[in-house]
Design a protein around this ligand. Structure first.
Ligand SMILES: Cc1ncc(COP(=O)(O)OP(=O)(O)O)c(N)n1
Ligand SMILES: Cc1ncsc1CCOP(=O)(O)O
Ligand SMILES: [Mg+2]
Length: 185
């Protein structure tokens, strides 16, 4: 069964001591982490993923790598998290059947696509306004409720989620809660 809390790393928000921030997140009891790097070279991303694998293993936490299936396999990660425009989940299944496959959905169409393609779960975002994607209009709880009813795979609410809003997300169909700043507070 997938953990209910899903921390996504962010090198800006995690600050100078990235690993200290990751340990703080894990100390809070988070047991599923997505290493998400958009600006690193493949080499740097691989090296960072190796370290993330060591630390998450200390806490028996699942580690998913954003986008890079090759790096996920090379470091022994538990899974990969695919961007909406990334490789199709079915392609990852051909590469390695038992990887956990997450998918970033931003509307009903992409949520249904992820499910049909065999993703294990989706993040649906942004539910609320978030400074990390200021350009994106928040979807809101009604959309979360509607999409959670229309897909059978777990839906993690993501984007602008605070501790006060978690209960509302569950009430509106979320399987779990994903976020960056939530777990750093
Ligand atoms: C450079 C870059 N920035 C943002 C994204 C967002 O893609 P998305 O579908 O939201 O998936 P995540 O990577 O955010 O999980 C991107 N693909 N590339
Ligand atoms: C990676 C990502 N994808 C959609 S919103 C987001 C970041 C969410 O950050 P926060 O939980 O701090 O709002
Ligand atoms: Mg995104």
């Amino acid at each position: 069964m997938l953990p209910r809390l899903y921390a996504i790393t962010d090198s800006q928000r995690y600050g100078e001591d990235f690993w200290e921030s990751l340990r703080r997140v894990l100390e809070r009891g988070v047991r599923m982490v997505q290493l998400r790097e958009k600006a690193l070279s493949a080499k740097e991303y691989y090296q960072k993923a190796l370290e993330a694998r060591e630390i998450t293993r200390e806490y028996s936490a699942l580690l998913l790598i954003n986008e890079r299936v090759d790096i996920a396999l090379a470091v022994g990660a538990d899974g990969v998290h695919l961007p909406q425009e990334g490789l199709p989940p079915s392609c990852v299944r051909k590469i390695k059947k038992d990887l956990i496959v997450g998918f970033s959905a931003h509307d009903l169409k992409s949520a249904l696509y992820a499910q049909e393609e065999g993703a294990d779960f989706i993040t649906l975002s942004p539910i609320f306004k978030t400074s990390s994607h200021p350009e994106r209009e928040p979807l809101g709880l009604e959309v979360l409720k509607d999409i959670s009813k229309r897909v059978s795979i777990p839906v993690y609410a993501l984007g602008g989620i605070t501790w006060e809003k978690i209960k509302l997300c569950y009430k509106n169909g979320a399987y779990g809660i994903a976020g960056v700043s939530l777990f750093l507070k």
